[in-house]
Design a protein around this ligand. Structure first.
Ligand code: AMP
Length: 212
């Protein structure tokens, strides 16, 4: 009797570009060109391993509910999702960046309640509560950097890599909330039921990361 295949959910976009070489080093190669195909589920060089390619914000959901056994997810999305439903056994050390607060250059913040624009509302809520800072949260899905100059927010919470996007919009990074990189997450039940193949893949990926 053959067991169900192991399904790994990958994050599409820039994280995928950095993920595929690590997976290749671990012996998992998609059966067709994953970057150009419109398919979402791929066979691989291992008959019992399949790869899904989805939006990063959906990876924790698929893994928590066990529709994917493993996933590659940015730490930002893991923190925002805030689940106890999966393990996080390996830092792939790719797509490194920081989650930071940012505000207009050379301005001081108003006293009292701050208006904070972000797509990471759970993270922002926790962070400012820990600081004892009262805030009004404004949920945005993109172009956060416009919010301060358009009078919508005093501060934003966003991903910063080189800082160029902030600078181009008259903002500067202030506090680091978290260091971000992509992590392997594993469904808790899958870790027990498919322990052999998962620990084998983890040790190969761990080796690939240390060689990288
Ligand atoms: P930068 O101008 O280099 O600071 O890049 C900032 C923008 O790129 C952010 O607004 C993010 O949307 C995006 N970005 C940069 N690095 C990452 C990453 N590792 N994961 C997700 N988004 C990123």
């Amino acid at each position: 009797m053959s067991a169900s295949p192991l399904v790994i959910a990958l994050t599409k976009g820039r994280i995928l570009e950095e993920t595929l070489p690590l997976f290749e080093q671990a012996g998992i190669v998609p059966a067709e060109d994953i970057k150009t195909s419109r398919k979402l589920l791929f066979d691989t060089s291992l008959t019992d391993v399949k790869l899904m390619v989805i939006r990063g914000s959906d990876v924790p959901t698929y893994v928590e509910f066990g529709s994917a056994d493993m996933g590659v997810s940015g730490k930002d999305l893991i923190l925002e999702y805030g689940s106890e439903g999966f393990y996080e056994p390996l830092d792939l050390k790719i797509a490194a960046c920081r989650l930071m607060t940012a505000q207009p250059v050379n301005t001081s913040l108003p006293s009292g309640r701050l208006r904070v624009a972000t797509k990471f509302t759970n993270i922002a809520k926790r962070y400012f509560a820990e600081q004892g800072q009262q805030i009004e949260l404004i949920k945005l899905n993109g172009a956060l950097e416009l919010a301060p100059s358009m009078g919508l927010a005093d501060v934003i919470v966003d991903i910063v890599d080189t800082g160029k996007t902030l600078k181009a919009n008259g903002l500067e990074a202030k506090e680091t909330i978290a260091e971000i990189s992509s992590r392997i997450i594993v469904n808790k039940a899958s870790m027990k039921i498919k322990h052999g193949i998962i620990s084998d893949i983890l040790s190969k990926l761990r080796q690939a990361v240390s060689q990288g």
